[in-house]
Design a protein around this ligand. Structure first.
Ligand code: 4AD
Ligand code: MG
Length: 430
């Protein structure tokens, strides 16, 4: 019977065949230990000279890293490994030999690994990170489907921009000028007026010249948008969603978190409600902490965000930023027009901003004014202005950066390890 490594626990005691690659190997005298991987997991196979033909034993001892095979044997319990099972091999059929696989079990430099990303993905660590990414996506669909959101796909090629024009990727759309989407938000607002509660999940692009551990040029965003939901209610949705995702990863990715040596006590604390601090109070807090460089009205940088996050043991919402440093569509605080009804969610442990969100303007007069102030009047945005014209309602939404969330929950330092093929400043290969 052909099974996968992941199906081994329920096939204990059975003799089965698994299609696998050789991840690593050690042998001594009369026994060889093969570390198998098949995509679903990693498992040890034990080849004892006395159990197999001489030919099979020689094959097991000489097989090179990343050679592919069908391997047959009995699944038995193995209390020493985290996985808990291993195979007692009776036969091996080589499929293809791998010659001189470049990523050996020794240490390699980052640039070398990045140049071999197409192969690096096979490593146990990268496998664990991608499985956690997959679980975050799965839990996202579960959360929003359970809560009656409709999945809506905004376009990737657009003529409009939600987050300013400086970081756009330009492309030709036949004779027109087009951009790669930097956020689906404006389209999601249109969708919220048609479907009530919606969410999107798709790639977004920012030509940011930032070379930091938090910035990708191409990243994936989850963007919910909700009609008849105000700023305070949106924050409650955000903390529930993020808690649900974190707890799903804790429950369903135990092996992966173990591979990554993630301190899971930190993840256990990610439970709603999350603390909130206003931008005003955050500035005061920073000054108390000795940041003399920050003045009211300035945006926070990574060191500021990290210092604020360190003050709390959970993710923290920084709310009500100055209108001048935020996007045109954000609704002013009715009690104070110099700040807007928005929040950034800052992850603990220095992982930075993972969500940006706000209540949106729902008033035609104000939206028209903002259009003038931001020079948005023109054909590309007419459709968006029409949303304010035809029965707009209070509505709010947010964007969660998938890769930063993967980095945080996995405990990996740099977003380059959180997406299969990272697009970074100066890197389009592989
Ligand atoms: O804060 P941002 O720019 O918000 C928006 O784009 C809104 N239109 C979203 C909305 O309300 N629908 O981006 C949202 C999140 C950030 O909090 C961050 O997690 C992630 O997207 N992000 C990046 N992730 C990786 N690399 C980059 N260059 C990123 N820029 C933003
Ligand atoms: Mg932001």
């Amino acid at each position: 019977m052909k099974i996968t490594i992941s199906q081994s626990p329920k096939n204990e005691g059975q003799t089965v065949t698994i299609g696998a690659w050789l991840a690593n190997k050690r042998s001594s005298g009369k026994i060889a230990f093969l570390q198998l991987r098949d995509g679903t997991g990693f498992m040890q196979a034990v080849v004892a000279k006395s159990d197999v033909s001489e030919e099979t034993f020689q094959l097991a001892k000489s097989m090179s890293q990343e050679s592919s095979m069908y391997i047959t044997g009995k699944i038995v319990e193995d209390t020493r490994s985290a996985f808990g099972y291993e195979m007692q091999v009776s036969d091996i059929e080589l499929i293809n030999e791998a010659i001189d696989y470049p990523i050996t079990p020794k240490e390699h430099g980052t640039e070398f690994l990045m140049d071999h990303r197409h192969l690096w993905l096979r490593s146990k660590r990268q496998h664990a990170v991608m499985k956690i990414r997959n679980e975050i996506i799965r839990a996202t669909y579960e959360y929003f489907n359970e809560n009656e959101y409709v999945k809506i796909d905004p376009p990737v090629l657009t003529g409009s921009s939600a987050e300013g024009t400086t970081e756009l990727f330009h492309t030709k759309y036949f004779d027109e000028e087009a951009y790669l989407s930097q956020s689906g938000q404006l389209y999601m607002e249109a969708a919220a007026m048609a479907f009530g509660k919606v969410f999107s999940f798709g790639p977004t692009f920012r030509a940011e010249k930032s070379k930091t551990r938090r910035h990708l040029i191409e990243f994936w965003m989850i963007e919910p948008e909700m009609s008849f939901v105000d700023h305070a209610e949106s924050l409650e949705i955000q903390e529930q969603y993020v808690s649900f995702v974190a707890q799903s990863v804790l429950t369903n990715c135990k092996l992966e978190l173990d591979v990554l040596e993630r301190d899971t006590s930190k993840l256990e604390m990610i439970k709603a409600p999350f603390p909130r601090i206003s931008y005003d109070d955050a500035v005061t807090l920073l000054k108390e902490k000795g940041f003399d460089d920050i003045e009211w009205g300035e945006d926070f940088g990574s060191p500021h965000e990290t210092a604020i996050a360190e003050h709390f043991d959970k993710p923290v919402f920084i709310t009500n930023y100055p209108a001048a440093i935020k996007s045109f569509y954000m609704k002013p605080d009715p009690e104070r027009s110099d700040v807007v009804l928005c929040a950034d969610l800052i992850a603990p442990e220095g992982y930075g901003e993972i969500i940006g969100g706000s209540q949106r303007i729902d008033d035609l007069e104000l939206m028209t004014k903002r259009f003038e102030e931001h020079g948005l009047a023109g054909e590309a945005y007419n459709w968006y202005l029409e949303l304010s014209k035809y029965g707009s309602v209070p509505h709010s939404g947010f964007g969660l950066g998938l890769e930063r969330t993967v980095a945080w929950l996995s405990g990996v330092d740099h977003v380059r390890e959180t997406i299969p093929f990272p697009r970074l400043l100066n890197r389009l290969y592989p």
